[in-house]
Design a protein around this ligand. Structure first.
Ligand code: GLN
Ligand code: ZN
Length: 762
């Protein structure tokens, strides 16, 4: 018998029940009891849908009201004093740790813990501070609670926790901790808490526990062999069989120590890294370890090719026997939407390609069924669907394919080097020293959203909608002129989202209605899906930028989302490499850039905030990725003459380890985040002698606070100490769409005044 498993499941609940209940609780509309009742119902629904799909090993304990790493810190009683001293209830303390807590009447104003990206996904974890004096004790035994809750419903589950080494690797080191302190130094203090939890689970009747150790797919994981051995010896003493899971990549050399751990099962991500199977089989052959094959992707939304997976699994079964093989998901399913069943606008053909969390559970079960020598209807249907999809894949757009194949090195470079271009741009744009500009979006008011929604529903005609947008653009342009900005933007009122907006105008994308994926806390995004070759049937933004330019004599900056960001914030197709998809996007954007320039828009910003998050987890894979990622940016921006100024924007500034690639983007101007960050980050640019223009954000747009003129002057003085003054551009650190008008007006007035001062004094 081959068993099936899933590593984790979306928290969202049918109809986004979790988001709704949590936000209603925050808004004071429902009580804590109501929230807990809703959460319990969602947990039940999650377990039942996995059970009904036929999954044998169903996870419990990985549900959360905010983030599961935060759960661990809270459950282990690592709650910084600034939260405990507020007199909040335990639940509100937990939420405060995730999202901060402000209550003027009670005099409470406490900032959240830092968030960080979870491996290479778009999910964010909450990283609580740990210091040498951090102590652990069980504040809440969530694994036990949820195991027992499921059991009471008649559902046997496999409790899930982060393994202690991954837990300590992901949390934050306190700023006040000594330089030599590493969070992993706390392992000896943490192990007893894990042992206690594992013992409690065993006592309650759990057959095994799932310990997630995805840190093992990073380079750092390979250095941790001794720590894994000593830690897992102690955990095994609790007597509960442990399945150690990895995900998001390959374990590499670590397989050599993993096979020696006292674990009952080892899970590998075979969807992303199928090649690691042979080494793993070889390594565990003479042990008793069960191999859990992560064949069904937890990261994409494509139907699995079950026949192909069957062949892979049979290899493992031949070597280890059916009892030592489990069919599993490659990672938790938390990165996928809940179910395709609620999608009413996709065609039957499109739906036949897709598999979200619920459908993936059925795939895991069907594969295990067939491998156990039984029949599965779903398996047979899957074979047909995959064949049809392969047929569809053959209907590629030959014009797009030919164009990608014909990309030449010359197409990746501007006509001349930056110093030559710069002179041409100066002559054309006539910008002053310390030119002022913004990152693109202006406040997205309710009126704008209402107009967009009405147009979407057909309640506004095309003409009425365009007039509404033009009026908005005109007032944004008028404001910028009045406040004295130098390089203007149209304000992006027509955009729902910086990726979706472009996806909707390109061929090759489809959109779900309810394909929500958790980004953090109660925030969910609905990534577009790339299904076929991408091209641009007609110009996408020229209309708006041209209109904006027509109502101003100052230069207008066009505004596009870059190829790598569109790709990273979509679900990519699985039949074509990311590199090819990125180049297809780049060619589409290249045409847009050229059209903008021909329409006399001679400054064009191509935003790439996602370049860094797409960075592979293994350093040895960086070069390959950065080569095509940077090439894609260059391809999209190099079709124009010297006098067009290419801008790019990133939402961060920690470029230390990828600096040469940022220089290689060869954007004429980049804008980066520098308002919150340590100025030290800018030193990287100074140290490497960054040669092009750069606009480190002079104030933080994530808060409604208005920066004073003096503060901005101080920022500019500080910037001018590390970066030559004639390369500096003055701008906020990101787009203004989430801000209100009042603070925007005041902040930008101060920004312009500070830039004027800088022109005279720096
Ligand atoms: N141009 C976009 C804006 O201003 C950039 C947003 C981003 O980088 N995340 O909103
Ligand atoms: Zn940004």
């Amino acid at each position: 018998m081959v068993a099936s498993a899933t590593l984790g499941y979306p928290r969202v609940g049918t109809g986004r029940a979790a988001k709704k209940a949590i936000e209603a609780y925050w808004a004071g509309k429902i009580s804590e009891e109501d929230l807990q009742t809703a959460a319990k119902a969602i947990r039940q629904e999650r377990w039942e849908s996995q059970k009904n799909a036929g999954v044998d090993l169903i996870p419990s304990g990985e549900f959360t009201l905010y983030d599961h790493l935060l759960d661990h810190s809270f459950n282990f009683n690592v709650i910084p004093e600034r939260f405990t001293k507020q007199g909040l209830s335990p639940l509100d303390t937990f939420f405060a740790m995730g999202r901060g807590h402000q209550d003027r009447a009670k005099g409470i104003d406490v900032a959240a813990n830092e968030m960080g990206k979870f491996f290479d996904s778009n999910y964010h974890i909450v990283k609580v501070d740990h210091a040498p004096e951090t102590e652990f004790k069980i504040n809440r035994n969530q694994a036990l609670e949820e195991y027992e809750e499921a059991k009471a419903l008649g559902i046997e589950t496999r409790p899930v926790l982060f393994g202690p080494i991954t837990y300590l690797s992901l949390v934050r080191k306190s700023r006040d901790a000594p330089a030599e302190f590493k969070t992993l130094d706390l392992i000896e203090k943490l192990i007893p808490v894990y042992v206690e939890i594992l013992e409690s689970l065993k006592k309650a009747g759990a057959a095994s526990v799932q310990l997630d150790e995805p840190i093992l797919v990073t380079d750092a994981g390979e250095e941790l062999g001794d720590l894994y051995k000593s830690t897992y010896e102690k955990l095994a003493a609790a007597g509960l069989p442990i399945t150690l899971t990895t995900a998001y990549g390959r374990v590499g050399k670590s397989i050599e120590f993993l096979k020696e751990l006292p674990i009952a099962g080892l899970h590998l991500d075979l969807n992303r890294e199928p090649k690691q199977l042979d080494a793993a089989i070889e390594a565990v052959k003479d042990t008793k370890i069960v191999l859990e094959l992560g064949l069904i992707s937890g990261r994409n939304i494509w139907k699995n090719d079950l026949k192909a997976s069957q062949a892979i699994a049979e290899k493992a079964i031949a070597a280890l026997g059916a009892d030592r093989v489990v069919i599993s998901t490659s990672s938790s399913l938390l990165h996928t939407p809940l179910t395709t069943k609620v999608e009413t606008k996709l065609t039957a053909e499109q739906l036949s390609w897709l598999s979200f969390a619920q459908e993936k559970c059925a795939e895991v079960a069907a594969l295990a069924t067939v491998l156990s020598g039984k029949e599965s209807e779903l398996f047979e249907q899957n074979t047909k669907d995959i064949a049809a999809r392969r047929e569809f894949e053959r209907t590629s757009d030959s014009a797009v394919r030919d164009r990608v194949a014909a990309i030449t090195p010359e197409m990746l470079s501007r006509k001349d080097a930056f110093p030559v271009r710069r002179e041409a741009q100066k002559a054309h744009l006539k910008l002053p020293k310390f030119p002022t500009t913004t990152i693109g979006s202006f406040p997205q008011t309710k009126e704008i959203r209402v107009a967009r929604a009405k147009f979407g529903k057909g309640e506004l005609t095309q003409e009425q909608y365009e007039t509404a947008m033009e009026n908005e653009i005109k007032s944004v342009v008028d404001f910028q002129e009045k406040v004295g900005l130098d390089l203007l933007v149209h304000g992006e009122p027509e955009r729902n989202d910086m990726v979706q907006y472009f996806g909707e105008q390109l061929t090759g994308f489809i959109f779900t209605q309810l394909g929500w994926v958790q980004s953090y806390g109660s925030r969910y995004v609905r990534p577009p899906i790339i299904v076929s070759d991408v091209s641009r049937p007609t110009p996408m933004t020229v209309r708006w930028s041209s209109y904006a330019q027509s109502v101003s004599s100052k230069p207008m900056k066009g505004m596009l989302t870059g190829p790598v960001t569109i790709l990273n914030w979509s679900f990519p197709r699985a039949d074509v490499s990311k590199e090819v998809q990125s180049k297809q996007l780049a060619l589409a954007l290249r045409d847009e850039v050229v059209d903008l320039a021909n329409a006399d828009i001679r400054a064009i910003q191509v935003d790439e905030p996602a370049i860094r998050e797409g960075l592979p987890l293994r350093r040895e894979d960086w070069d390959e990725y950065l080569t095509w990622a940077v090439d894609s940016f260059r391809l999209s921006t190099s079709g124009v003459e010297n006098d067009t100024q290419v801008h790019s924007h990133f939402c961060y500034s920690d470029f230390g380890d990828i600096f040469p690639h940022i220089q290689r983007l060869d954007a004429d101007v980049i804008s980066i985040e520098a308002s919150k960050a340590d100025l030290k980050l800018l030193d990287v640019f100074a140290k490497h002698g960054y040669s092009n223009e750069i606009g480190p954000g002079v104030y933080d747009i994530h808060s409604p606070r208005v920066p004073s003129e003096q503060e901005i002057k101080d920022r500019l003085v500080a910037f001018a100490k590390v970066i030559p003054a004639d390369l500096l551009v003055v701008n906020p650190d990101c787009g203004l769409k989430t801000r209100a008008w009042k603070e925007t007006e005041e902040s930008l007035a101060n920004l312009v005044a500070a830039a004027k001062w800088a022109r005279e004094n720096l």
